[in-house]
Design a protein around this ligand. Structure first.
Ligand SMILES: Nc1ncnc2c1ncn2[C@@H]1O[C@H](COP(=O)(O)OP(=O)(O)OP(=O)(O)O)[C@@H](O)[C@H]1O
Length: 316
């Protein structure tokens, strides 16, 4: 589509695919989304992660212009969210695909394509991308859940959108379906597609996301690469006596950056400071048995970030 191409190509390359500023949605007394500031860069797969009810869908709906923000704003490639110019750049699968059960997959897509003035060639290309061309003539009702989701992605891809928004694309899928969906997103990404996807299952999407934003109780608690999230900025120290080591750790790394986990010190510092911290401990006559970068599992990080309000405050 010409408008789509011009809007995308006119935007400087550094223009983010999505940027939200203090994006807020209040339902009565309930703050569903609370001042969210996220940035999705062009060409990346961005995982928008959080437990059920955290505010993911509401945020995505605001980016799509389906929900009006109470405050704040969002842009899509520089265009104000919700405007026709912004919506032309987005293909979305949100809250399950709506298809005619007795039509086959191809005819379902053709109906959507014709409604949008797109030629049938777009349907074949989209079926190809989601690996459903061979099943295009089968009724929608005969599809597995995974195939239904993939057809939903195909529908979102009609018209070659700059940005693909997928709300919980792996929700309810069996392991094979999850794996297919992951492979599909990775393929789309390799072909240059920008993807913003939401999930409450970190482990399901961690391998395909370049960066992630974690939302908890309406607030974005972090935005980083998966590697950063796992705590590349942490050191584990086994030392004796522990209380002296703790005092040294607090002096060197700052009080808020030290905790004791399973009888060892966890220091929230860049691991390149290991030698300096070792020296400080030894000078204080502490025996250092082990000092190494510590990587937590993503589930652990996710749980910590989204579980306790105190943890949430600490990261803001
Ligand atoms: N239309 C609405 N009216 C009132 N409250 C709403 C409305 N839509 C969402 N909420 C509330 O806002 C909060 C965030 O909901 P949202 O659907 O955005 O969360 P989510 O992170 O997408 O969760 P899930 O993974 O369960 O879909 C929830 O507490 C929800 O009950």
């Amino acid at each position: 589509m010409t408008t789509q191409l011009s809007a995308a190509t006119l935007a400087p390359p550094e223009t983010p695919a999505v940027r939200t500023r203090k994006l807020t949605k209040r339902y009565g007394a309930h703050l569903a989304v609370d001042g969210v500031e996220l940035t999705v860069r062009r060409g990346e797969v961005y995982g928008f992660l959080g437990p059920n009810g955290a505010g993911k869908t509401t945020t995505l709906r605001m980016v799509l212009g389906l929900v009006r923000p109470t405050a704040g704003s969002a842009t899509v490639l520089g265009e104000r969210a919700g405007t026709p110019a912004a919506n032309r750049l987005i293909g979305a699968l949100i809250e399950g695909p709506g298809f005619f059960p007795y039509l086959n997959g191809r005819d379902n897509l053709r109906t959507l394509a014709r409604h949008r003035g797109l030629p049938d060639s777009h349907v074949e290309a989209a079926l190809d991308k989601v690996d459903l061309r061979g099943r295009g003539k089968d009724r929608f009702t005969s599809y597995s859940l995974g195939m239904k989701q993939r057809l939903g992605v195909a529908a979102a891809l009609l018209g070659d959108p700059e940005l693909l928004i997928l709300d919980e694309p792996t929700n309810g899928l069996d392991p094979a379906g999850v794996s297919d969906m992951r492979a599909l997103i990775a393929e789309l990404s390799a072909a240059g597609q920008t993807v913003l996807l939401s999930s409450h299952q970190l482990s399901e999407v961690q391998e395909i996301c370049h960066r992630v934003g974690v939302i908890s109780r309406g607030r974005l608690v972090t935005e980083s690469t998966v590697g950063e999230l796992r705590g590349s900025g942490r050191l584990l120290v086994r030392a004796d006596p522990l209380d002296v080591a703790l005092a040294v750790g607090m002096r060197v790394a700052g009080e808020d950056n030290v905790s004791i986990v399973d009888g060892a010190l966890q220091l929230r510092v860049d691991p390149v400071r290991a030698a300096e911290i070792n020296r400080a401990l030894v000078t204080a006559r502490v025996d250092v048995h082990e000092i190494r970068p510590s990587e937590r599992s993503l589930e652990e990080v996710f749980f910590e970030m989204t579980a306790a309000p105190a943890a949430e405050e600490g990261t803001r």
